[in-house]
Design a protein around this ligand. Sequence first.
Ligand code: PGA
Length: 241
Amino acid sequence: MMEVQILQDRAAVAAQAAQIVAAQIAQKPDCVLGLPTGETPIGMYDDLAEQCAAGKLDFSRVTTFNLDEYYPIAPEHPQSYRYFMNKHLFTRVNIPMEHTHVPGGQGDVDEQCRAYEQAIAAAGGIDLQVLGIGRNGHIGFNEPNDAPDARTHRVTLTENTIEANSRFFDSPDDVPRHAVTMGLGTILDARKILLLATGAEKFDAVHKLLAGKVDLSCPASVLLRHENVTILCDRAAFEGV
Ligand code: PGA
């Protein structure tokens, strides 16, 4: 089942997403969350941090697994996703750092991918997976035409994604050419999925998804195979203006 909510703007999407995550934590205080990076979830993380600071939310028993990380990149690099997560969420809430997991950006990739899958399984699987969506329909770093049943693996980034992400680096040449990502199969194993889409540049990807047919040129469309998906869209992403 796919539920689509069209909300006024980015702020409304952030508030609603934070409410859904907070409800998950309230319902199961030791839940396992799958988390995204990118511009889209920053407002949600701000809201969650505020709720935690106000004593309304307790992350002390929560475990998290991030979707992806550049490869190669050092965790202390300001553009690494580990750095992003520490800055936007982990250092602002009461989650023990050892409960937080981000795929390894260094070392033996295959071994790290195996270990990541094992760690997710050992934690009992992901209760709620939050996702952004790329302009090309990617989720995590699963680019168009990646295998729909893939587990955590190394990918080569497309030119489209390198260009989209170069805004965070000094130049496109500085963007790592590879990444480690949960596979579409890993994502589909989550019990619930929450996808956030904001901004007119997501219009095409959102409408390919809402077309209702699995089409691997839009990786997010594999979510049609999942039975519990909520999509939060702002008007710009839904209407394209
Ligand atoms: P964004 O990235 O939130 O920065 O737009 C989303 C994505 O590429 O998955």
